[in-house]
Ligand binder design. Structure first.
Ligand SMILES: C[S@@+](CC[C@H](N)C(=O)[O-])C[C@H]1O[C@@H](n2cnc3c(N)ncnc32)[C@H](O)[C@@H]1O
Length: 349
């Protein structure tokens, strides 16, 4: 109860309530908020600090910029969302803030789209080499059914989210979806796409797939869609993905089957020319995951493979992973200490 009272006290001021409303629309920096509210930066920073301390906002750094957004966990999350719903949209100040927010995000969208346009040709070239994205997405939807019910996930992590396409696809099926990417330009495009689609349950962060800025066991579902071929150390990426999975959670890796298109290495920075099923299965096992049924979607000339895997439930019999046995790196492998019971595999895997 004390946490709820503290959150209510922190929100009970007009600028702070406006900040909550603005941040319910998207992730913004202090600079953005200063511009929209027309108040001094120290003042806005002070309000933001109070809202963060009360658990109503989350704060995270991306390079030299700090972003704020509504909290996505704890009692503050619920209080923030309910308060936002209570404020009438026709209030004059709220309308003014909304207009300024729209102008600011339109400028940001233009910058993001300029980046996207510069790279669109090479992305289109790669897309033309394999099956239609819609076919891949249909196959993925079978593996991540909407909740509630068997096989549904509460939260989803999309590693190497790029433009946030996977977040857009799965946001309606989960309570919370988070995208991680190393590239700030890609994250800017993703933010614009998520704001435009009004997907308030999605957020993106800058982070490295080798060292995710997330606690262990924090997601029901993790995706690696067309990202693994950029990895110098794919096994380490899978181990790190496994680390953030809850027991019983699933990882879905989507990438190319082995191919010989050297052009992708030379011109598109691919480190790996696809992956064999056995190779992926071995890495999944080392990461403490149980491999599911692989699907291949043949295209011309590239075949897209979908490798689902799941982390055994916590109450399964413990077992010794190869990585632990070898005394090797630990975080992910050490977390994966359960045996597999085929009956516990979620539907679709
Ligand atoms: C081909 S894009 C795929 C984007 C998205 N998954 C999709 O399918 O639409 C690959 C993405 O991986 C990201 N990436 C590459 N290396 C990364 C790393 N070490 N950590 C996080 N993201 C990375 C790139 O910035 C890029 O956005």
């Amino acid at each position: 109860m004390e946490a709820v009272l503290a959150a209510l006290r922190a929100a009970a001021e007009s600028t702070r309530l406006r900040l909550l409303l603005l941040l319910s629309r998207g992730e913004l920096t202090v600079g953005d908020l200063t511009q929209i509210l027309g108040q001094s930066q120290p003042r806005v920073s002070r309000h933001l600090k109070l809202l963060c301390e009360a658990g109503l906002l989350d704060r995270f750094r991306e390079g030299n910029r700090v972003f704020y957004r509504l909290a996505d966990h704890g009692s503050g999350r619920e209080v923030a969302r309910r308060l936002v719903e209570l404020v009438p949209g026709h209030d004059a100040l709220v309308m003014l803030d909304a207009e300024r927010f729209a102008a600011l995000t339109a400028a940001r969208a233009e910058a993001a789209h300029a980046y996207f346009r510069r790279n669109a040709a090479q992305w289109d070239r790669i897309r033309s080499l394999y099956v239609d994205d819609r076919e891949v997405e249909r196959a993925l939807c079978d593996l991540l059914p909407p909740g509630p019910g068997p096989g549904a996930a509460r939260d989803l992590l999309d590693i190497g989210t790029g433009t946030g396409r996977m977040l857009e696809l799965f946001a309606p099926r989960v309570e919370r979806a988070v995208g991680i990417d190393l590239s700030r330009e890609m994250l800017a495009v993703a933010r614009v796409n998520l704001e435009r689609a009004r997907l308030g349950n999605c957020s993106v962060r800058q982070g490295d797939m080798y060292q995710l800025p997330l606690p262990g066991g924090s997601f029901d579902a993790v995706l690696l869609h067309q990202v693994l071929h950029y990895a110098e150390r794919p096994a380490a990426v899978l181990a790190e993905a496994a680390r953030v999975l809850r027991p019983g959670g699933r990882l879905i890796v989507i990438d190319f089957a082995p191919h010989e298109m050297e052009e992708l290495r030379a011109e598109h920075e691919h480190r790996r020319l696809g992956f064999a099923d056995g190779e992926i299965a071995g890495w999944l096992r080392v990461a403490g995951l149980e491999a599911g049924e692989v699907r291949h979607l043949p295209g011309s000339p590239l075949t897209v493979s979908i490798w689902p895997a799941y982390r055994p439930p916590a109450d399964a019999e413990p077992f010794h992973t190869e990585m632990n046995a070898a005394g090797g790196i630990g975080t992910a492998a050490a977390a994966a200490t359960a045996a597999v019971s085929a009956s516990a595999i979620p539907p679709g895997l």
